[in-house]
Design a binder for this molecule. Structure first.
Ligand SMILES: Cc1ncc(COP(=O)(O)O)c(C=O)c1O
Ligand SMILES: [Zn+2]
Length: 475
């Protein structure tokens, strides 16, 4: 088995020697610590509470790597770039993973044998030429995280945090979910021979996602509440039972979810786009990507930051409201309601992290309505790519940013597509049948919507009938 045992130590500044030297494993748990984003208290892993909140101020923690601050311990940027590329051609599952090939920048597991991987990451970066043309942009790209093993970006975070759970000796892992987290959790737990508990809001998740949790063997409880209610119940459960919480309050999830930032840079020959646009629900993903771009810049792997903008559905827009009302100083939870069920979240846990990323990168927060989301989703479908409804807020939001001249025609934008189009096929079919949106919702975009709708046509089973339809539509 060919593999590249190469350590952070080995690639630190000025100390990179052999191309594929066989040395010790690459992760050392003592390399990381956790800093509260509220009061800056620093703790070590074993002092984390079950709900991952700071005992002093109640805020969340962020993983940090103090050794990077010492010039002599800083990783060597060009050596890392080379090493990450080389690992892709290794036969080791850990090397090939699009998360763990970057493990030098997420040394969170002490023993590599605890890593649970399903070959996540390494997702495509697609050009969106039609949408670019329609918006008058030179270049528009989509990083499709829906091309992960369970069909969403959650896999990159789940491989990281579930590996930590395994290393800590947990048998049970749990999450509250709008659907995709439960699918990822159930799959990775099954892979690790661990037990999984998922709490989902009854009747409010897409069938594709529910079917995944069932298929991968999770104990699936549908609670008569919304996502925010599920979170509340679970935060009590983990205090009373030996169950490891894998919601995105778990800081190790974000370590995995930062790796698409590395991939985007790598896929653009180590340059960085001008803008990255991310859907906002619980607001962990935009925070994780921001962390990835900030770390790359501070380590000299890239030389600039993209502006990271967050787009919310107007029916689930607490961050947007907060940015408008008080510049992100306070956040009032809302009762969330959108057909993009993955982002139907009214009380986002990671909002402070998200505000910090908006400020540090100079990005914006926008809201988009149901018709704008549905149309954008159809347009991404028409590129031959597709995505789930929550992901389409990115294109809908980009339209607003272009209109407001926040994105210039010469600038390069990457949309973060978070979920696969097959996750919520009921939504897609309802849209194309003209049954998704109410008349008044669709009215302002009616001509555009009609141009993108492709309903099925029922005809008799005859060659003449098929030819007749062909002639009619090509006329
Ligand atoms: C497809 C999809 N897009 C976007 C999001 C939002 O991500 P976050 O909750 O990290 O903001 C989710 C979260 O569940 C999701 O499943
Ligand atoms: Zn604190």
């Amino acid at each position: 088995m060919r593999r590249f045992y190469t350590t952070l130590f080995e690639v630190r500044q000025g100390h990179f020697f052999a191309a594929n030297a066989t040395l010790a494993i690459s992760m050392e748990s003592q390399l990381h610590q956790l800093r509260c984003i509220g009061c800056a208290t620093v703790i070590v892993q074993r002092d984390l509470k079950e709900n991952f909140r700071c005992l002093g101020c109640g805020e969340l923690y962020e993983v940090e790597y103090p050794s990077w601050n010492a010039p002599s311990r800083r990783p060597n940027a060009s050596a890392l770039r080379w090493l990450w590329q080389e690992r892709r051609s290794s036969t080791s599952p850990v090397d090939r993973s699009g998360v763990w090939r970057f493990r030098d920048l997420l040394p969170i597991v002490a023993d590599e044998r605890n890593i649970v991987t399903l070959s996540e990451g390494n997702t495509p970066l697609y050009e969106l030429p039609r949408s670019a043309e329609a918006l008058g942009l030179d270049r528009l790209l989509a990083k499709h995280q829906g091309m992960n093993p369970t069909g969403s970006f959650k896999d990159t975070g789940m491989t990281a945090a579930l590996s930590v759970a395994k290393e800590m000796g947990y048998r049970w892992v749990a999450c509250a979910s709008t659907g995709n987290t439960s699918a990822a959790l159930a799959a990775y737990a099954a892979r690790a021979r661990m037990q999984s508990l998922v709490l989902i809001p009854e009747g409010k998740i897409a069938w594709g996602k529910l079917s995944q949790a069932m298929d991968y063997g999770a104990l699936t409880l549908q609670l008569r509440t919304d996502f925010d209610g599920c979170v509340q119940v679970l935060s009590e459960v983990v205090r009373k039972a030996p169950v490891y919480l894998l919601n995105s309050v778990n800081p190790y999830r974000l370590e995995g979810q930062k790796t698409p930032a590395f991939e985007i840079a790598e896929q653009m020959d180590w340059s960085v786009p001008d803008h990255v646009i991310v859907p906002g629900g619980n607001l962990a993903n935009c925070s994780a990507l921001g962390k990835g771009f900030l770390e790359m810049k501070s380590l000299g792997i890239t030389d600039k930051l993209p502006r990271i903008s967050v787009i919310q559905a107007s029916g689930a827009n607490p961050l947007y409201r907060s940015m408008m009302a008080n510049g992100g100083e306070h956040l009032e939870p809302v009762e969330a309601n959108t057909r993009a069920s993955a982002i139907r979240i009214g009380n986002p846990a990671s909002w402070r992290k998200a505000v910090r990323i908006l400020r540090e990168t100079g990005g914006w927060c926008e809201e988009v309505n149901e018709a704008e989301i549905a149309l954008a989703k159809a347009e991404i479908g028409a590129e031959g790519i597709g995505c789930e409804p929550a992901s389409a807020v990115t294109l809908a939001g980009l339209k607003k940013l272009v209109q407001k001249r926040r994105v210039a025609s010469s600038e390069t934008t990457v949309l973060l597509l978070t979920g696969h189009t097959l996750k919520d096929s009921d939504y897609t079919i309802a849209y194309h049948r003209g049954e998704l949106l109410r008349e008044e919702e669709a009215a302002p975009l009616k001509p555009e919507i009609e141009l993108t709708r492709r309903n099925t046509i029922e005809i008799d089973a005859s060659v003449e009938e098929v030819l007749r339809v062909l002639e009619r539509v090509s006329a």
